[in-house]
Structure formats: C-alpha cells, structure tokens
Design a protein around this ligand. Structure first.
Ligand SMILES: Nc1ncnc2c1ncn2[C@@H]1O[C@H](COP(=O)(O)OP(=O)(O)OP(=O)(O)O)[C@@H](O)[C@H]1O
Ligand SMILES: [Mg+2]
Length: 231
C-alpha cells in the first residue's frame, strides 16, 4: 500500500534521511523504531509531504505521490497523528472531532460515536475544552481526530510518548482494534517492546538510515538487533 523508495530529505542544508526505503502492505501494522533524532518523524513528514524528499520516491496505492501537499495526501486516505498532537485548545473534545470529520463514499466508518467506543474516557469529556485535557487524553483525541477523516492508512508518531504504562497497554489494544477494522498503520516509536508486540513488520532507523528490517520474528531473533534495541 505504501512504498518509500530511497528517499533523501533535508532541512535546509542539513541532510537528515539517507536513502530510506520501507514498505507497508495493506492491512498490516509496520513500525519504525529508533532513538531520539534518528529520523523517525522526518520519515513520516517526508511521506506526508510536510518535509518533501529531495531524492527518491513515495508511492501510495501504486501512485507516485512524492512531494504532494499534505492536504492532498489526507484526501488520498492518509491520516496523521503528529507527536505534538496539535489539538485545538479552545474547541471542546466533540468539536475537535467534528471539525475533522470527512465522509468519503465507501469510507465512512468513523464518527464521534465510534471514536467514543474506541476511547471510552473521551465520551465524558465531550464538552471539555481540548486545552484542559491531560497528556494521555490529548493523545486519544489526536488519534480520534485522525480517524474522523476516515483514513485507509494511519501514520502514528510516538503514540506512547509520555503516557502512563496502563495507558500504553490500552493504546496497544487500540492499535490492534484499528487493524481489525481494516486500517493499515505505520507507527514511529522508541518503545521497542510495546511496538514490536503489535507489529507485523519492523524497520530500525539510525542516523537517517534503515539499519535493520524484517518481520517482527526476524528482528526479535536477530542477536544484533536485540543488543542494539535492548529487547
Ligand atoms: N525543522 C528542523 N530543522 C532542522 N533540523 C531538524 C528539524 N527537525 C528535525 N531536525 C533534525 O533532524 C534529525 C532527525 O529528527 P527527527 O525528528 O526525524 O528524529 P526522531 O527520530 O523523530 O526523534 P525523536 O524520537 O526525538 O522524536 C535530528 O538530528 C533533528 O535535530
Ligand atoms: Mg520524532
């Protein structure tokens, strides 16, 4: 469904990604693992067109979409949950969700009710302003908002960053549920154990280069990967 082929991405003169390639098949959960500054967020931004690659290609559902504007990518069916969440502080939870609603013919699974079923704690916060939510609640809202666009493919940037362990486990179940309803997901994470448990395929990025890749089984059985990632 998604093919990233040898992308090089820069911020100004800084060369950040060096020939990153990865593939995510329809219906799969893939993960991109790496430490701080490895290039995970930059890879997601390159896919979405926020930081368009200077070399290499991005293909989505067989179409070359390299460098397309983010709003075009969203229309094509890609949802994005940035690590800094960016919810509207002055809008209520319900308004944050409704404003992101997009019902495309044949892809209209998600509405506010479905999001509340997925994240029960959000339901009682329906009328609370976004800016007053806790970090974990904001993370749920950010994912819910991306789902309101009824994407086929979801890019998740560090869903577990800064949240309590009990919520991390809950998010694990959420992602499994998303896969069950047919979403394809790419998760960027530092939490290796959490992420490998729910992924089909993994990529490990270091210094802007993919250093290991494979099925989760292959990664877990690779001694070098185990040492590098501490699994
Ligand atoms: N807007 C920017 N301008 C210049 N350099 C940037 C910019 N954003 C990120 N970088 C640099 O690009 C490199 C990769 O950053 P990136 O955010 O992709 O890493 P990451 O793997 O997501 O890290 P983290 O786990 O901390 O989120 C880092 O060295 C970072 O300092
Ligand atoms: Mg990041």
């Amino acid at each position: 469904m998604l093919e990233v082929d040898g992308i090089h991405t820069y911020y100004g003169l800084s060369h950040i990604l060096f020939g990153v390639s990865l593939e995510v098949d329809a219906g799969q959960v893939a993960c991109l693992l790496g430490r701080n500054g490895a290039g995970k967020t930059t890879t997601l931004k390159s896919i979405l067109g926020i930081a368009p690659p200077r070399q290499g290609r991005v293909r989505f559902k067989g179409v070359d979409v390299t460098g397309e504007e983010p709003f075009v990518m969203v229309r094509r069916g890609i949802g994005y949950v940035p690590d800094d969440r960016r919810i509207f502080a002055d809008l209520t939870v319900g308004e944050n969700l409704e404003i992101a609603a997009r019902r495309e013919k044949g892809r209209e699974y998600w509405d506010k009710k479905k999001v509340f079923e997925l994240f029960p704690p959000l339901e009682r916060l329906d009328h609370r302003r976004g800016g007053l939510l806790s970090g974990g609640e904001q993370k749920m809202l950010a994912i819910g908002r991306a789902l309101m666009g009824n994407p086929e493919f979801l890019l998740l940037d560090e869903p577990t960053e800064g949240i309590a362990p009990v919520l991390v486990r809950a998010f694990g179940k959420t992602i499994v549920r998303l896969k069950e309803v047919g979403l394809t997901v790419l998760i960027a994470e530092q939490n290796v154990k959490f992420t490998l448990k729910l992924s089909d395929r993994g990529y490990i990025i270091d210094n802007g280069r993919i250093c290991y890749q494979g099925t989760v089984k292959e990664l877990v059985e690779n001694e070098e990967v185990r040492r590098t990632c501490g699994i």
